[in-house]
Design a binder for this molecule. Structure first.
Ligand SMILES: [Cu+2]
Length: 394
């Protein structure tokens, strides 16, 4: 506890943060709560990105792929997306017999994404490259769906604000063939102890296996590693077949991923250290006077719960891609509001919460993508309309 206070002394002063925070009151409360303000700043940001794209040697804005919110997809497009995921979950893995000795849990091509994420977890969360690494990880997954499973669409995102009040009633989880599957079976729990965090969190409305929809026959092959209420496996990459479980959690979504949470995050912080720190509830950037927060990143993970709440294994839950597309969208909106200053802004080191301490990262660093890709230069992953990318969010 004392250590936390000591680190705060060295950080940018609080008054500068509050001054920015006040700018967000330019929108009436009602517009912040109903998503109008977020839509407005997303539009402003996209306008800036369009102008910026004329001056950079990235892709042409007119040629870019457009990622849309789940509910903006036709029913057929939703099913095409989940069909492509099921396809990737049934393709055999390409890894060698030798790699298989270490990556024991990897059975399918889909599992290569899960194992890569597990293996790199300590170097891609609460680090300088958290946002950029996940941006490319999503893009590689989207391409795998396209090129290996004939998917013709783009990665949908999940606007949490639309579901924050009542996520268990979301169309995402209604269990029909056009959904992402049901909630987990209700285990009637009230709270769950999370050992690594040394705290109890409120339980959600499920907790058991997903019983309907596209993923009810899907077997998760790895984990749990660091999930609330679960006994971790002995070895992070071991083969441990189990059902996909969910614990859709309105208590956490209401406090963490409302339109207000997201809008305030984007408008309150002008520097990347604070923006990414508050987004991830990094203890080095928590307001000691504010109520406890999971951040929108952890909040989205815990809103779906169970497998998605397990930081390491979370890509095994197909909702991971929709949740992280929204994380990437929120970063994209923030960057686009002031591209001159924010496009190449990074802060931090290469170890989780700088523990153990490591060197500050730079844009010349090369990021490891395990089975997913050749290593890539950090600098090339900062703009969705440049480097390997050519997409934006509508
Ligand atoms: Cu991650």
């Amino acid at each position: 506890m004392h250590l936390k206070w000591l680190t705060l002394v060295c950080l940018p002063s609080w008054p500068s943060v509050w001054a920015l925070y006040n700018q967000s009151t330019d929108f009436p409360d009602q517009d912040i709560d109903n998503g109008f303000a977020l839509q407005q700043i997303a539009n402003d940001s996209l306008g800036n990105m369009k102008l910026e794209s004329l001056a950079t040697n990235g892709c042409r804005f007119e040629d870019a792929q457009i990622r849309k919110e789940w509910r903006s997809l036709s029913l057929a497009a939703r099913k095409e997306f989940t069909d492509a995921i099921v396809c990737l979950q049934s393709l055999p893995t390409n890894i060698s017999a030798e790699e298989k000795e270490t990556f024991q849990g990897v059975q399918t091509r889909y599992d290569e994404f899960v194992a890569t994420h597990i293996n790199l977890t300590e170097h891609i969360h609460v680090t300088a490259d958290f946002l950029a690494w996940h941006r490319f990880f999503l893009y590689a997954f989207e391409n795998a769906l396209r090129f290996e499973c004939n998917y013709t669409g783009t990665l949908p995102y999940w606007e949490w604000g639309l579901d924050a009040e009542n996520p268990q009633s979301s169309v995402l989880f209604n269990g029909d063939p056009y959904s992402m599957g049901t909630n987990g079976v209700d285990m009637n729990r009230t709270s769950i102890y999370w050992e690594s965090q040394n705290m109890s969190i409120p339980a959600g409305t499920g907790g058991g296996c997903v019983y309907g929809g596209p993923f009810s026959n899907y077997t998760v092959h790895m984990g749990p590693i660091d999930a609330p209420g679960e006994q971790p496996v002995q070895y992070n990459l071991e083969y441990n077949p189990r059902c996909l479980s969910r614990d859709v959690n309105p208590t956490i979504s209401q406090m963490s991923v409302s339109f207000r949470n997201t809008t305030k995050l984007i408008l309150s912080y002008d520097t990347i250290d604070w923006f990414q720190g508050v987004m991830q509830a990094d203890q080095r950037f928590t307001d000691p006077t504010a109520p406890f927060s999971y951040g929108v990143h952890g909040g989205g993970h815990l809103t779906v719960g169970s497998v998605l709440a397990d930081i390491d294994t979370s890509p095994a839950e197909p909702m991971f891609w929709l949740h992280h597309a929204q994380i990437d969208r929120v970063w994209t909106i923030w960057q686009g509001l002031d591209p001159a200053k924010r496009r190449n802004a990074i802060w931090g080191t290469s170890t989780r919460g700088d523990n153990p301490p490591s060197a500050n990262m730079t844009l010349d660093d090369v990021l490891d993508f395990g089975f997913i890709s050749q290593p890539l230069k950090f600098a090339d992953l900062m703009n969705p309309l440049s480097g390997p990318f050519c997409y934006y969010y509508a």
